[in-house]
Design a protein around this ligand. Sequence first.
Ligand code: MTE
Length: 315
Amino acid sequence: MAVYHPPKIPSSEITPQSVYTQRRTFLKLAALGLTTLATTKYAGAAALNSSSSAYMLDEKLTPQKDVTTYNNFYEFGLSKDDPSKLSGNFKSSPWTVTIDGMVSKPATFDLDKLIKELTIESRVYRMRCVEAWSMVIPWDGFPLAALLKKVEPLGSAKYVRFETIVRPDEMPGQSGFFQSLDWPYVEGLRLDEAMNPLTLLAVGLYGETLLNQNGAPLRLVVPWKYGFKGIKSITRISLTDQEPKNTWQIANPQEYGFYANVNPTVDHPRWSQATERRIGEGGFFGANRRPTLPFNGYADEVAALYTGMDLKAHF
Ligand code: MTE
């Protein structure tokens, strides 16, 4: 793969602060449980505060600084610090998301209206990147199922395909001679995976509106799958009866599949997936590595989705 190194621009010179203000205020309130929406949502606060809830974890949060500066977002370059440094010109507001394909009520939604209408929940998820590092992130968002229900998927719909916006003028990694991937970035889920209550569309993290580097203003979070399934800056969602080909699968089908379920027993062709490095805890090797869990620790919630499937073949 060609290595693309866009010019370095200090983010202080290019970040338009005002863009975030309105959404951020709302999210702060939601994260603190100060909006009626956020409080009524939590069916039993006790369950949420317990480490046994799939929506909360008794694990140390990854520092916000690491979550917002150690990123993969190839539209803004290949290095982990490129997205935070080079995404300042990206305009995430106003924003619409179009849902089309096999649905009774295709529609284009204004995101600010959606955020007011749907319940924003705060959830802490363990995240595992295919590159064998992990984080624990407090997300704010709404279940993808809540959005899909609005458009009424047809009985014939079997998959959901997601697309990231294409804006080469604002996304330096989408233009230039050394193209890294085909754009738009595309991802997909089976419809039952998409409807699983764990599957979140995030609009914030740490109680603040998503920063551009984390996929503003709307990104997918599927905590039992490798991080590349978590497509950022989503502008289109299409229901289909064909398994969508995702960006990394197209780029390298030997190494990346459609399912991408976290699985310590199925190695990546170039490295083991048995253990992982928790970002923010220091140490590349040995003592600081921890075992990777099947389905990233969410087996109770999702293993049944794959009954009878050979997960070595469907990696
Ligand atoms: N979405 C788009 N549009 N482009 C990308 O390059 N990278 C993916 C995923 N979503 C990517 C993307 C990968 S490889 C990972 S690990 C996660 O975003 C990283 O999310 P984070 O930077 O918020 O931790």
